[in-house]
Design a protein around this ligand. Structure first.
Ligand SMILES: NC(=O)C1=CN([C@@H]2O[C@H](COP(=O)(O)OP(=O)(O)OC[C@H]3O[C@@H](n4cnc5c(N)ncnc54)[C@H](OP(=O)(O)O)[C@@H]3O)[C@@H](O)[C@H]2O)C=CC1
Ligand SMILES: O=C(CO)COP(=O)(O)O
Length: 331
């Protein structure tokens, strides 16, 4: 399955390495020509995974038309809020029968669309050809070849199996799942809950608090997923609780680290400046996930609190008091 990964950030680069190591003919698109040259010459991506040697077979290009030429599988690996503008540029070059999967974990700000919906809308692609790859997959660990599992979410099981075959290695184990909505909601919402965990840990709170946030975060994510048509088992699986635990627990998570800076007292701008240009998706998605929940009539108190801390000036102390001051109820 001739594959192109569109995006040479942390995750796009790690995923391209996995596909090559699974024996798949794979290219990677980097939007900066100098980065494509460095990947081809030095077999390293110094901006995102400086200590990882990339396979010599991985060829990088910076022209979308060249990258997409003849692709049977297009892997979209750019941040969620830039997916639409990138697809608009790629659209005319995507082969008409290509399968497309999204790596992005977010909900589009203005439209509240999930990433697979953005791809269908922006590129005019039949939803049957669009899927997602989502799971507990911190890029650096996967790039280092540490054992990991993921989910290929696709309505069409046959396409899911072809993608699964194209990225199965001795360390990377993809499962298939026909519940695309569940995979996407799990991936988008866990970034927001990871921000909440970071905020709590940055504010000096301990493991009991983090366990409560993870568990209640899963409860509100599951409520939203079900309201949007997801299966609860998906949220109890790798793309739900698996990703939630990995992201909420790891210092490698950009979302958790961003939250920790807020919890330590940094402003949003200060926390943003410390990201080295890497994306913490939950900062924007807290607003769109919250809006999706309001639209679906679902309560998401943690997501609401993260939105208020990030975008409405609520202090961390007041957010905690307000969460604990809610009326008591049955679990
Ligand atoms: N990193 C991880 O561990 C994981 C990430 N994900 C998800 O994958 C998606 C991509 O994340 P990741 O690779 O980590 O992100 P990074 O911030 O590491 O990289 C973003 C990549 O997208 C490129 N890009 C293209 N267009 C734009 C644009 N308009 N604005 C910003 N960047 C652009 C960047 O190019 P340039 O370098 O030129 O700026 C860069 O190659 C996110 O949705 C994330 O949630 C999912 C699982 C794991
Ligand atoms: O999605 C991820 C792990 O599965 C990566 O999380 P961060 O974007 O918070 O680094």
């Amino acid at each position: 399955m001739k594959t192109v990964v569109m995006g040479a950030g942390s995750w796009g680069t790690a995923v391209a390495k996995v596909f090559v190591e699974a024996g798949t003919d794979t290219r990677i698109w980097a939007r900066r020509p100098e980065l494509a040259e460095t990947i081809n010459r030095d077999h390293v991506n110094p901006d995102y995974l400086p200590d990882i040697e990339l396979p010599a077979e991985l060829h990088a290009v910076s022209e979308p038309s060249e990258a997409l030429d003849g692709a049977e599988l297009v892997v979209a690996g750019v941040p969620s809020q830039s997916l639409r503008s990138n697809l608009t540029r790629w659209r005319e070059h995507i082969p008409s029968d290509a399968t497309v999967i999204s790596l992005a974990k977010g909900v589009e700000s203005d439209t509240l669309l999930r990433m697979s919906e953005v791809i269908a809308d922006a590129a005019g692609i039949d939803p049957d050809r669009i899927g997602v790859l989502s799971g507990p997959n911190l890029a650096r660990e996967v790039a280092a070849g540490q054992p990991a599992a993921t989910v290929i979410g696709f309505g069409d099981e046959e396409r899911a199996r072809r993608v699964q075959d194209a990225c199965t290695t001795g360390y990377f184990r993809p499962y298939t799942n026909t519940d695309v909505v569940g995979c996407e909601i799990g991936g988008a919402a866990k970034n927001v809950i990871a921000l909440a965990c970071g905020i709590a840990s940055g504010a000096g709170l301990g493991e009991n608090t983090l366990a409560a946030i993870i568990t209640r975060g899963l409860a509100e994510t599951t409520r939203l997923g079900i309201a949007l048509g997801a299966r609860p088992e998906t949220l109890a699986g790798l793309a739900g609780v698996g990703d939630l635990v990995a992201t909420c627990s790891s210092p490698l998570s950009r979302n958790r680290s961003f939250g920790a800076r807020l919890g330590e007292g940094c402003s949003l701008d200060e926390a943003q400046a410390a990201t080295n240009g890497q994306v913490a998706e939950g900062v924007k998605s807290c607003t769109s996930v919250r809006a999706l929940a309001i639209k679906a009539g679902v309560e998401m108190p943690l997501t609401d609190a993260v939105h208020q801390v990030c975008h409405e000036g609520l202090s961390v102390g007041d957010a905690i008091s307000s969460l604990l001051g809610r009326s008591t109820r049955a679990e």
